[in-house]
Design a protein around this ligand. Structure first.
Ligand code: ZN
Length: 150
């Protein structure tokens, strides 16, 4: 598979990324490298992560580094800041609480990676992964046809 199909965000994607960064502080410095069709999916994932912290009564410490498409699926790469604190080293309850949150976030990220296999990255309708010119991408029938005509 070649990486010649260089991904470029259009204005719609840039605007949607800005909104995501504004609505979720942990997305503030995130590199968003995915199509417009996946923004609802990523927003839903961010809402669920916010809920994980709210339910546990914890301050969100997550920092999302990259959200991108890789081999046709959504990859959500993140780290937890709590691991760098003194409390993490010295307070067992603190460590246990954040560890539980991290486990939930890991499960959510993998759940949404699976979900992205059936959501067209261009438009958000239901799709599947195709190999278009050596590029794996999740597309609906209409978007597949457009891509193949390129
Ligand atoms: Zn589509």
């Amino acid at each position: 598979m070649s990486e010649t199909n260089v991904w470029k965000p259009d204005d719609r994607i840039i605007a949607a990324s800005e909104k995501l960064k504004k609505d979720f502080p942990f997305m503030q410095n995130t590199w968003c490298g995915f199509g417009y069709g996946w923004f609802d999916l990523v927003r839903e994932l961010c809402e669920k992560i916010t809920a994980v912290y709210a339910e546990a009564g914890l301050e969100p410490d997550i920092v999302v580094l990259t959200v991108e498409e890789k081999y046709g699926t959504l990859r959500f790469e993140w780290g937890g800041d709590a691991q760098m604190t003194d409390e993490w080293d010295n307070d067992e309850a603190y460590r246990a609480a954040y560890s539980a949150a991290y486990e939930k976030i890991t499960a959510l990220a993998s759940e949404y990676e699976d979900k992205s296999e059936t959501v067209c990255e261009k438009c958000g309708r239901s799709g599947m992964i195709y190999n278009v010119n050596d590029w794996y991408t999740c597309l609906c029938d209409d978007c597949l046809e457009k891509e193949q005509r390129k």
